[in-house]
Design a protein around this ligand. Structure first.
Ligand code: ADP
Ligand code: ZN
Length: 713
């Protein structure tokens, strides 16, 4: 029997099947692998000839099963991303608990007369337990406010008896037939166009494009309803778990029940139940982060990728993949429709829509409010005094809006207080000992921290280099510093920071979002977390503190990324109860990105961007891949990269590099990078496999990672 084992090796392995065990292709099994037991799946293909060697036998069969589509998906992703299929399989089977038989819940129910010695505590227990009812010992003790030993006593006395309960039911199923919001005419048209395919099945990709607040969510909910009515399961991908809170509520308002959640912050128990429910078909709808794409749905009928342009869909370690692209693949293999939704689609999806590969549905108007008025503030002439970050025009607008009880949002995509700290006397700069990066000051925590490896150290009083006192100065702003300025400008306003590092947990983050939603903060300072998909009904003014921040890099997607971010964040203004306006602080107001943001000329921006990409042979007109060679010592990385450079197969491909990767050292690993540019039709994965097999095998601690279609570099 052929088994694909969850290890990072290319091939499958042959195992003997013990007598009495019946196995089908797709069954999940435990097999001995080297000295250990590992998970695997019975895979297609002819077992290797064994020439007399004694085969190891499958240890046992588990509960799970991967159907043919799921197995093809695993192979497809492995092939495309140049990853061993066993490593992709590991992402699917990451929830071992879900594969074991579910343990019954032990509960107690009334079985005999009350005991002779009926203490007050015992009576309370009998009072809370109705006839025919069964509760777990812990639940019973808690409800009666007694210790569990009181409950034990009642069992000994024969008053209560232990029974096995079936496992708790999962979330109630969503109800697609509940009344929904009356859609506008154009929303209705879009909803119908999506619902047809969602009801009928069949592969098709639709780009649902509509300005922020145009009702894309309301519209794709109708496709969700159609798929549910057709008896199919639904998957909605969201880029960021911080976003799921509001999404779950909206889903519940529409369908009367929450979808199952899937993300890394969920408890193992919750993940187990979701995995199992998805596989059995009991869970009808899932909202999740990118890894939800690897859940073994029994009868998936629709995939929605919300905010499809978002870079968070890219997984950058382990199996390097883009969940948006792999969602399209999964839709193709499952023969079901895929909806990509965004106010600012990726250039690739836009191009696919223009070429007719994707259907394109556009919502042109906001549902309630007009789009916000956007003004560029020229920081060269209209900026604040030195050491301040908010221009007078923006400060005036914040004062006006918050004076009327409305909210202001200040956006700066930089965590912490200051991105760089240096000594005024000797010029010393604080750098991470493990990475080629500056340490970022976090004033609230009183530390200097590296955002790449997590290194953190207390902020010293003296310069560690020249020992000068009071000579350390923070350079540039992060959200904490902007918050400090806002607090000093508006001492009577409630200022709130929304940034991943000032929150303790997901619950805490969701609570902060809820505070903003309820209007209990006046001025919100946020990182890119706030740019994504949230509805803040009280928000009427948005200020982008440093709009040029993302444009400085050499990344070919810098313009696209900045355009998307600025559109998204300015689009938060005026979505709910009040008309909005937005200010963009820039040193380069004539930059095409700023001009497009201010004028709202989205089509013009995409057109220019596509022309530029075509000229440079960049995606979607050509293909890109990045190979990073890393090692503990730079010389090792260089030596291996040089050897690889000599092994590049000939062909219609340009290999650039090796050069230092943009972050040349991360966590003490020295990194060199190749960029591979190829024409559109080329099989990039095949080229890279050929190259890697012609290259020397990485030895020692040298690693080569392959990133097909890199999204940022
Ligand atoms: P998008 O996803 O395009 O940004 P949403 O679906 O979030 O837009 O809609 C923006 C806001 O407008 C939401 O609060 C939503 O409930 C509301 N809305 C959109 N369409 C309607 C409608 N037809 N009836 C009532 N409210 C609507
Ligand atoms: Zn570091």
């Amino acid at each position: 029997m052929n088994v694909l084992v969850t290890v990072a090796l290319e091939r499958t392995y042959t195992y003997a099947v013990p007598d009495g065990l019946s196995l089908r292709v797709g069954d999940v099994v435990v097999v001995p692998f080297g000295p250990r037991l590992m998970l695997g799946v019975v895979w297609e293909g002819v077992p290797e000839p064994i020439d007399g060697k004694k085969l190891k036998a499958v240890e046992r069969k588990l509960d799970g099963h991967l159907d043919a589509t799921m197995r093809r998906f695993v192979s497809w992703v492995a092939d495309y991303t140049v990853t061993p299929p066993g490593q992709v399989l590991r992402m699917v089977l990451r929830v071992p608990g879900a594969l074991l038989p579910e343990k019954p819940v032990l509960a107690l129910r009334l079985a005999g007369p009350p005991p002779d010695r009926l203490t007050e505590a015992r009576r309370r227990v009998l009072d809370v337990l109705g006839h025919g009812e069964a509760r777990t010992k812990a639940a019973l003790a808690e409800a009666a406010r007694v210790s569990t030993s009181v409950v034990d006593g009642l069992v000994e006395a024969g008053t209560l008896r232990q029974v096995e309960l079936p496992p708790e039911p999962l979330v109630p199923p969503p109800d697609p037939d509940r009344p929904h919001k009356a859609l506008t005419e154009s929303q209705e048209e879009a909803a119908e166009a999506l619902s047809g395919p969602a009801a009928e099945g069949g592969f098709e990709v639709t780009l649902l494009e509509g300005v922020t607040g145009s009702g894309k969510t309301e519209v794709y909910f109708e496709a969700v309803a159609a798929a549910l009515k057709a008896g199919r399961q639904v998957l909605v991908l969201v880029p960021e778990i911080s976003l799921t809170g509001q999404f779950l509520e909206r889903f519940e308002a529409r369908f009367g029940a929450r979808p199952a959640e899937w993300h890394s912050d969920a408890t193992p128990k919750a993940r187990e139940r979701t995995w199992r429910g998805v596989a059995s078909g009991e869970v009808r709808a899932v909202a999740g982060a990118r890894s939800a794409l690897f859940l073994p749905f029994r009868e998936l009928g629709l995939i929605v990728v919300d905010e499809e342009h978002d870079p968070a869909y890219k997984q950058e370690d382990g199996v390097i993949y883009n969940a948006r692209d792999m969602a399209v693949v999964r839709g193709m293999l499952s023969e079901i429709p895929v909806v990509l939704s965004s106010a600012t689609p990726s250039v690739e999806s836009r191009a696919n829509a223009q070429k007719g590969r994707y259907r394109h549905i556009t919502l042109h108007e906001r549902f309630a409010m007009p789009m916000p008025d956007i003004t560029a503030i020229d920081m060269r002439t209209e900026g604040p005094e030195r050491g301040r970050w908010l221009a007078p025009a923006l400060v005036k607008a914040i004062a006006e809006e918050t004076g009327h009880g409305r909210q202001a949002l200040l956006f700066l995509n930089r965590r912490g207080y200051a991105p760089l700290t240096l000594c005024r006397k000797c010029g010393y700069r604080f750098e991470c000992p493990n990475c080629s990066a500056w340490l970022v000051e976090h004033r609230f925590r009183g530390t200097l921290a590296c955002h790449h490896c997590g290194f953190e150290t207390g902020r010293p009083d003296k310069c560690p280099n020249c020992a000068a006192e009071h000579s350390l100065v923070p350079c540039g702003p992060g959200v904490e510093r902007v918050a400090e300025e806002a607090m000093s400008l508006f001492p009577d306003r409630r200022v709130l920071i929304l940034s991943s590092d000032v929150v303790a947990s997901l619950a805490d983050l969701r609570e902060r979002f809820a505070v903003v939603e309820r209007g209990e903060a006046d001025i919100v300072i946020g990182t890119q977390l706030v740019a994504k998909g949230h509805n803040f009904p009280h928000l009427s003014v948005v200020g982008v503190v440093d709009a040029d921040l993302g444009l400085a890099s050499a990344d070919p997607r810098a313009a696209e990324r900045t355009f998307q971010l600025l559109q998204q964040v300015t689009g938060r203004a005026g979505r709910g109860l009040h008309e909005g306006r937005a200010f963009v602080q820039t040193f380069e107001p004539s930059h095409p990105v700023m001009a497009a943001i201010v004028s709202g000329d989205k089509d013009g921006f995409y057109e220019r961007e596509l022309e530029a990409r075509a000229r440079q042979g960049l995606p979607p007109f050509g293909r890109l891949a990045a190979l990073v060679v890393s090692a503990n010592a730079r010389e090792q990385a260089v030596a291996h990269a040089k050897a690889m450079a000599l092994a590049v197969p000939s062909g219609d491909v340009r290999v650039l590099g090796p050069a230092d990767a943009p972050l040349a050292v991360i966590r003490g690993r020295h990194r060199l990078r190749f960029l591979v540019k190829a024409p559109r039709g080329l099989d990039m994965a095949a080229f890279i496999r050929a190259w890697l097999s012609a290259s020397p095998k990485p030895a020692g601690n040298v690693r080569v990672s392959v990133d097909i279609d890199p999204v940022s570099f």
